[in-house]
Design a protein around this ligand. Structure first.
Ligand code: CAA
Length: 381
């Protein structure tokens, strides 16, 4: 795919920023688990926190291709920062732009695009992961308010977000048409941050429970129509899944570059290990797989930019790229030998960070459900 001059300019600008500003502290952040708020603010100033939001709401009005190129560059340096950027842009900003009222867009988008506040998305529950229809969080209408009760789980930026898009059942008896979405502000006393997960990777991005205890949300903060929450979540996840493919491509490229660098430095049996054909062929396969993932990512992004339905391509890009990066980081670690297993080399962090990519925003198995349902045009085949 040929990139435009503008897309290439955005890519090189973000690459330079990411390597200069994000990369130097990524390893430290992984250890301290400090939320990268200062860097996210800088990303907001650069236009990276509302890339696809039109300029009238404070965004950049960029296309999805530019966005995934930028996201890959951030993921190259720090996957934890990239997941916050991904959820914020692809899920939160986009949902408000697509489903919000004019008032909501004016009220929330400028704060999000400047990174004054970071957004989170709460769909998953302790007993409702792959099957979000079985969620039990309820939102009962009382006058001009909805009263939300329930628990959400594994919420990216659950603790550090300024607003959370929350789905809840407004009607128990009508399946997905009984689910609605709400914008809940951090200061709302009914939304409580519960357990903060102790994760194997993406350590600087917080993942938490959010507990809703009689959380009162004004009717004007319902996002979309009543009953539109499931559709909103599925639409958001289509975009989010392209974002995860971009994260995967970024981390895979970082792992490949690390492996090449290491193999050119390391000597065994009297020569650099990069001279061994066994290693060179592994590296050739790695580069080929990354390119395949990149092209799937760009293809899904370009379909979205053309206004075509891209659900299947987003799932294919997410499925392939997230599985691919896990193969790549394992090979890159193997090339590093014993040094790959210690924290002095970044490949150890890449290996841990990539593991969740086949799980969040829909497991690989769910992507196969989406793809095969479309092929058979029938859920049961
Ligand atoms: N876009 C728009 N609407 C869609 C849609 C899409 N991609 N997919 C489904 N819908 C609509 C359907 O049209 C249907 O509406 P109608 O009846 O009006 O036609 C409705 O949604 C129900 O569709 P299905 O019957 O196909 O839904 P389902 O219950 O069989 O579920 C599923 C389909 C694909 C399995 C879905 O449940 C799914 O994607 N599950 C995975 C959930 C997931 O990815 N969770 C990750 C959590 S988010 C996360 O990880 C966030 C983070 O912080 C990083």
């Amino acid at each position: 795919m040929k990139l435009t001059d503008e897309q290439m300019m955005i890519q090189s600008m973000v690459r330079e920023f990411s390597r200069k500003v994000i990369l130097p502290t990524a390893s430290e952040r992984d250890q301290t688990k400090e939320f990268p708020y200062a860097n996210l603010k800088k990303m907001g100033e650069l236009g990276l926190m509302g890339m696809m939001v039109p300029r009238e709401y404070g965004g950049e009005g960029a296309d999805t291709i530019s966005y995934v190129l930028a996201l890959s560059e951030i993921a190259y340096s720090c996957a934890a920062t990239a997941v916050v950027m991904s959820v914020h842009n692809s899920i939160v900003c986009e949902s408000i732009f697509k489903f919000g009222t004019e008032e909501q867009k004016k009220k929330y988008l400028p704060k999000l695009t400047s990174a004054e506040i970071i957004g989170a998305f709460a769909l998953t529950e302790p007993q409702a992961g792959s099957d979000p229809l079985s969620q039990t969080t309820s939102a009962i209408r009382k006058g001009n308010q909805y009263i939300i009760n329930g628990t959400k789980r594994f919420i990216t930026t659950g603790k550090n977000s300024g607003i959370v898009i929350v789905t809840a059942k407004t009607n128990e008896s009508i399946g997905h048409k009984g689910i609605s979405a709400f914008i809940v502000k951090r200061e709302n006393p009914g939304m409580i941050v519960g357990n903060v997960e102790n994760k194997m990777g993406l350590c600087a991005s917080d993942t938490t429970d959010l507990i809703f205890e009689n959380c009162s949300v004004p009717i004007e903060d319902r996002l979309g129509k009543e009953g539109e929450g499931f559709k909103l979540a599925m639409t958001a996840l289509d975009s989010g899944r392209i974002g995860i493919s971009a994260q995967s491509v970024g981390v895979a490229q970082a792992a490949l570059d690390s492996a090449i660098k290491y193999s050119k430095e390391r000597e065994q049996f009297g020569q650099k290990i990069s001279k061994f054909q066994g290693l060179r062929w592994i590296v050739a396969d790695m580069a080929t797989e990354i390119e395949a993932g990149r092209q799937l990512m760009l293809s899904a992004a370009s379909m979205k930019d053309r206004g075509e339905k891209f659900t299947v391509q987003a799932s294919m890009a997410k499925l392939f790229a997230s599985e691919m990066v896990n193969r790549i980081v394992a090979k890159a670690l193997q090339i590093h030998g014993g040094y790959g297993f210690i924290k002095d080399y970044p490949v150890e962090r890449f290996y841990r960070d990539a593991r969740v990519f086949t799980i969040y925003e829909g497991t690989s198995e769910i992507q196969r459900v989406v793809i095969s349902n479309n092929l058979f045009k029938d859920k049961r085949g």
